[in-house]
Ligand binder design. Structure first.
Ligand SMILES: NC(=O)c1ccc[n+]([C@@H]2O[C@H](COP(=O)([O-])OP(=O)(O)OC[C@H]3O[C@@H](n4cnc5c(N)ncnc54)[C@H](OP(=O)(O)O)[C@@H]3O)[C@@H](O)[C@H]2O)c1
Length: 305
């Protein structure tokens, strides 16, 4: 099958310029716009000349219903929530705060979106699953988080489902961008500075380029998608394999050796198998770019820390 035949089977609306049209006039409000994904959204909307509004803590606090109501009005037909408590390890000691943001905040946004009849786009995580599977997690699979962060994100998903709002819930994993705090930037730095590194090889997942994710989200919105979906880059790898690729593409000579999760304990438990199933998504918007392709693109534009 040639790419053109495949594209034709999936949709006529497969180029960014075509699906960005569906956001024109919706004046999206980007919440958490200073974060890694929030910046990717701002850049994509700027690049497509789409009018939008945005805010981060200081402009809008999603844990405060009055703040949400005062900032997001009926002119915004789409609200994109990129705000979250994202420190997985810190959440183990700070679960109450994480819950207020990752569940209470989502509940506030969803209630307000239902009142003003706006569509809410929300992002969640592979951490809502226990990682014990050996086949990819489908979007409708039951949640069973291992740690505090996953529990708070799972509670946010449940709040969204019970809200009565029109929502698009997108689970992602291993998010990275040329900016922000992420594994790719950390490892690009470490592999160029250190002669040797050990990286866990018994956790497998799917990296997600934030920029590619924004484009996929806009494409799903253009297709009228609602409910739970999964978006990641294509393919899968372990953290060790991901690091090897980062070092190779950066031309770093660091000696990278695999180790086990047991040898590298962290405060929060990590799911061993974090592969999100992409079948439903790929049927709607076409094949996801392989993670190596997105990684090379991001590394070309990596911002120094
Ligand atoms: N990063 C990953 O690997 C990953 C993986 C799977 C899923 N996700 C999900 O993807 C989404 C985006 O993640 P990200 O990495 O882009 O997050 P991020 O860089 O940590 O950005 C989150 C933003 O939300 C802001 N925020 C925190 N509390 C807020 C509140 N009460 N009201 C308004 N804004 C608030 C943060 O401000 P402060 O910095 O000042 O707190 C920050 O600017 C999140 O839903 C996350 O759970 C991320």
């Amino acid at each position: 099958m040639t790419p053109n035949e495949h594209d034709g089977m999936i949709s006529n609306m497969n180029s960014p310029s075509q699906f960005s049209q569906s956001l024109v006039g919706t004046k999206p409000y980007i919440v958490g716009s200073a974060g890694m994904l929030g910046r990717a959204w701002r850049q994509w909307l700027d690049a497509h000349n789409i009018e939008y509004a945005c805010g981060d803590l200081g402009d809008i606090d999603i844990t405060d219903p009055a703040s949400v109501e005062s900032v997001i009005d009926e002119s915004h037909r789409v609200v994109v929530n990129c705000a979250a408590y994202t420190n997985v390890d810190a959440a183990e000691e700070d679960e109450d705060r994480a819950l207020v943001i990752n569940s209470g905040g989502v509940e506030n946004l969803a209630r307000h979106c239902r009142q003003i009849n706006a569509k809410l786009v929300h992002y969640s995580t592979d951490y809502v699953f226990n990682g014990c599977s050996d086949t990819p997690y489908r979007p409708d699979e039951p949640r069973d988080p291992l740690g505090a962060y996953g529990r708070t994100k799972a509670a946010g998903e449940a709040a969204l489902e019970n809200s009565g709002a029109d929502y698009l819930l997108i689970r992602i994993s291993w998010l990275y961008a040329p900016w922000g705090k992420n594994f790719v930037r950390t490892m690009a730095k470490l592999t160029s500075e250190k002669p040797a590194l050990r990286v866990v090889h018994d956790q497998v997942g799917r990296p997600t380029s934030a920029e590619s994710l924004v484009e996929a989200t806009a494409n799903l919105l253009a297709h009228g998608a609602a409910g739970p979906w999964h978006v990641t880059d294509g393919g899968q790898c372990s953290w060790y394999e991901f690091t090897q690729a980062i070092a190779e593409l950066c031309g770093a000579s660091c000696d990278i050796t695999p180790c086990t999760t047991e040898e590298f304990p962290r405060p929060a438990p990590r799911p061993a198998y974090s592969v999100l199933d992409l079948e439903k998504t790929e049927q709607m918007i076409g094949p996801r770019p392989d993670w190596r392709v997105n990684l090379a693109d991001v590394l070309n534009r990596l911002e120094s820390e």
